[in-house]
Design a protein around this ligand. Structure first.
Ligand SMILES: Nc1ncnc2c1ncn2[C@@H]1O[C@H](COP(=O)(O)OP(=O)(O)OP(=O)(O)O)[C@@H](O)[C@H]1O
Ligand SMILES: [Mg+2]
Length: 226
């Protein structure tokens, strides 16, 4: 198991009240999976991804990464684990606007302290997502689909244990969304890269190999396909 939530709750204080975003969720992701968290808006998908990705800490329960309880790690150590082991892809791409595609990808390696042979690895990651001709463009000079490919290259370049993607196709038209998903499926099948998504998109759900359904902060379904 790469990462696992064990009976996790997450509550957010809202004045006198509290919002229960996750109400006792247990779910794990194994190496090689291509899994989606599905469910209505507010069901807890992003909250669950952020906990699995160690961007946030639970109110109760355990978050295990490589079998280790991340609660035992101080913020700095947790940040280091996250930089090395987890790749993120966001709905709004989150590229740094003043950096070129290559520099954005390179930054992920620098943050991970992974400095060997950087230039060649950055170029390979961008070639792998079909952007060989766009290495030196800035995000504003790229289409949405191309920006999301840069984000995939940035996540992949450090060879993380898992790539977490919160609604990666939400800001793309259906053609670009399908192409991005196809690219991720290929990386999963060919290179064994582990992916975990959240989505509302029926197209994304139909391509997933496992669908975990969330509702009101509970897991209400978990289906695997061949
Ligand atoms: N920082 C926060 N403060 C207060 N409440 C929050 C916070 N983040 C999320 N919530 C609440 O927690 C619940 C779960 O939110 P979450 O973002 O995980 O849902 P989601 O399934 O990702 O929804 P969507 O499909 O709209 O992205 C919601 O009721 C939301 O309003
Ligand atoms: Mg969300």
């Amino acid at each position: 198991m790469i990462c696992e939530l064990v009976d996790v709750t997450k509550e957010y204080p809202m004045g006198e009240l509290k919002v229960v975003a996750l109400a006792g969720v247990s779910v794990g992701v194994d190496a090689g999976e291509f899994t989606v968290f599905a469910g209505p808006s507010g069901s807890g998908k992003s909250t669950a991804l952020n906990l699995i990705g160690c961007l946030d800490r639970p109110s109760s329960g355990k978050v295990l990464l490589d079998g280790k309880d991340v609660a035992t790690l101080a913020d700095e150590a947790l940040g280091a684990v996250r930089a090395r082991r987890i790749g993120f892809i966001f709905q709004s791409f989150n590229l740094i606007p003043v950096l070129t595609a290559a520099e954005n990808v390179d930054l992920a390696l620098r943050l991970a302290g992974d400095t060997e042979n950087r230039a060649a690895r950055v170029e390979k990651a961008l070639v792998d997502v079909g952007l060989q001709d766009y290495l030196h463009r800035r995000p504003s000079q790229l289409s949405g689909g191309q920006q999301q490919r840069v984000a995939i290259a940035r996540a992949l370049v450090k060879k993380p244990a898992i790539i977490i993607a919160d609604e990666p196709t939400a800001n793309l038209d259906s053609t670009n969304g399908e192409a991005i998903l196809e690219l991720m499926r290929e990386m999963n099948e060919r290179d064994g890269v582990t992916f975990l998504f959240s989505t509302h998109d029926p197209m994304v759900m139909s391509r997933a190999r496992r669908v975990v359904k969330l509702k009101d902060g509970h897991v209400v379904g978990d289906e695997r396909r061949a």
